[in-house]
Design a protein. Structure first.
Lengths: 145, 106
């Protein structure tokens, strides 16, 4: 797997894996995702099996409607969810998001989220041919030197 | 999130490993084309072509010194792309902070 173009810091919780997985894979997402300053989700659904559709609709802070959607690619509750993420801004590009939940101890979990494919559409053929994710990964390293 | 289209030329430019290596080399200081070409296994025309792609993306600037063409790094476009990437990282961090607050509310 090539390095992701954007990824989270390791995130841990005192809640068990099943609780964490439910919070990221059911309409409960609408309760914590976004904020009054950015946008609010008004409708969220996910058909939690390979090929299932997911959809998130809402309103931004400046009153524009948005839709993000995708397809579930892999799922193994409560440990793994992989889905595409297509957004209706920035040329409607498609990325892949991978959520991995691990058990750390009695009632403690770690969640790692990774996203691949940012900017690939803008890079065109060169981006796909050359491994776009590794390009952005090495750019990040290059800039942090 | 900022528009990907604004960075398109930069993305295409840095999608090539030789061009990234040229940018790395120019971080150490500007250089004439013949010196740059000497440091790479590719032919001089191939290096010139790569430098032209970098120049069109405003990642490097060309300066004529007599008969020689020198190239120098222009840091702003890469910094803007870095800012765009950082936007996605911040996006995830912010939302995961909110997930934690939601799950661990007393």
């Amino acid at each position: 797997m090539s390095p992701p173009a954007a990824w989270s810091q390791p995130w841990t919780s005192t809640r068990p894996p099943e609780r964490v997985f439910a919070a990221v894979s059911t309409p409960e997402v609408a309760q914590w995702w976004g904020s009054a300053e950015t946008y609010r989700i008004e409708h969220w659904s996910m058909d939690l099996r390979p090929g299932g559709e997911w959809r998130s609709e809402g309103t931004t802070a400046d009153d524009r409607k948005f839709i993000v959607r995708g397809t579930v690619l892999e799922v193994n509750p409560p440990w793994l969810l992989v889905h595409s993420w297509t957004y209706d801004w920035d040329r409607g590009g498609t990325t892949t998001v991978r959520w991995e939940v691990e058990l750390l101890g009695p009632s403690a979990s770690r969640l790692t989220v990774r996203q691949w494919g940012l900017g690939a559409d803008a890079a065109g053929c060169e981006g796909h041919a050359r491994g776009w994710e590794s390009v952005l990964g090495s750019l990040t390293t290059h800039l942090e030197r | 999130m900022s528009r990907i289209a604004a960075h398109q030329d930069v993305f295409r430019a840095i999608a090539d490993p030789t061009r990234r290596a040229l940018l790395d080399r120019l971080r150490g200081g500007s250089a004439p084309v013949h010196a740059l070409a000497a440091e790479f296994s590719q032919s001089r025309p191939a290096i010139s072509k790569h430098l032209r792609v970098l120049r069109m993306a405003h990642l490097v600037r060309e300066q004529r010194r007599g008969k020689e063409r020198h190239y120098a790094l222009e840091p702003m476009p890469l910094q803007r792309v870095a800012g765009w990437i950082e936007g996605y990282r911040a996006f995830w961090l912010r939302n995961l902070d909110q997930l934690k607050a939601h799950l661990e509310r007393p």
